[in-house]
Design a protein around this ligand. Sequence first.
Ligand code: DSN
Length: 413
Amino acid sequence: MSDTLQSFDPTLYEIIEGERSRQLSTINLIASENYVSPVVREAMSSVLTHKYAEGYPGKRYYAGCSEVDKVESMARDRCKKLFNAEHANVQPHAGSQANMAVYAAVLEPGDTIMGMSLREGGHLTHGHGVNFSGRFFKSAPYAVDPDTGLIDYQEVERLANQHRPKMIIAGASAYSRTIDFERFAKIAHSVDAFLLADIAHIAGLVATGLHPTPVGHADLVTSTTHKTLRGPRGAFALSSPELAQALDRGVIPGTQGGPFLHAIAAKAVCFELAMQPKFHTYQKNVISNAQELSRAMTERGYNVVTGGTDNHMFIIDLRAQDITGRAAAILLEKAGIVVSASCIPFDPAKPWITSGIRFGTPAMTTRGMGLQDMHKIAEFVDQAIKAGKDEAALATIKKAVDLFCNKFPLFVY
Ligand code: DSN
């Protein structure tokens, strides 16, 4: 048997190399993506992938868990320290699974949940009808203020009193402003609901104190590890000591089987990296780059939802440019710029088409880009949108984007 992927499976190897080269040569503005440190990848590809360990450290359904128990305990301890939390579960495979585990922990099927609607910036797992969260639970979503695009806390309170949910979910996939978790907690607790804070997008900002933490306010917190937190693809959940047992049972046996110990080891590395001063500087740069890019787009005549950003992302309403989010994402990709189409609040377009695009700066900041580079990116984006269907013009922009990207390796400490 050959001992390298390149010699054993050259076709697959070439595809992976093709993806590496795509990543290197494109401007990635997908707000939920990032590039991990080589030490995170080293842990991800370790022998820990071989081990079954259903259960928790010290109480497993399998023998041979002495080393992986140390790995999971280390990851849990670092996660608790990073977020100043009293209990952490580091087993959820992804953000959706973390949310599912939380629902399994404290809800019964048919209970009412109240999350931000997908169209206004929420997540599928916050109660959307096509997702388990909207199928197994009654969903009473809240939106944002139609004029400002901001969460209207008075309206959330009114809806909470009207629907008496068992859980309120605070957190979003497309919301560029600070979330007031304390206010959400007051509303939730006034109607005897649990508050779940889903910080998947802003975890890196929360970990570094650049966004107010939900810990101490929310009953339960979930997050992914691969967005601003810059760790492996995965997730975790936090709770108070009172809900610790329910949360752990919500993960296993509630919704998952064997944990991915290789991913948990990589999460441990990610938590350690996130405690270093360099990570704080990185997160500050992520925010200042997002604010600069938002300003640069506004100066070029683009309408940024809410007028700017407090975090790592923002949404552009493209209706003035007379192009849909879907069409813009396609032509931007031809120019070497990767974005996600995004609904704008109260979007008249279908969710697959959309009227907006979402821009995020975590990935490009990891590559070492700074404020001046944000102006260059805005120029490329504007040129590409103006080029429209002119394939030759898009190809010319792509060449310039390639040259620009060549200056930035995938991971800069
Ligand atoms: N798919 C993620 C995002 O792009 O925001 C959320 O799970």
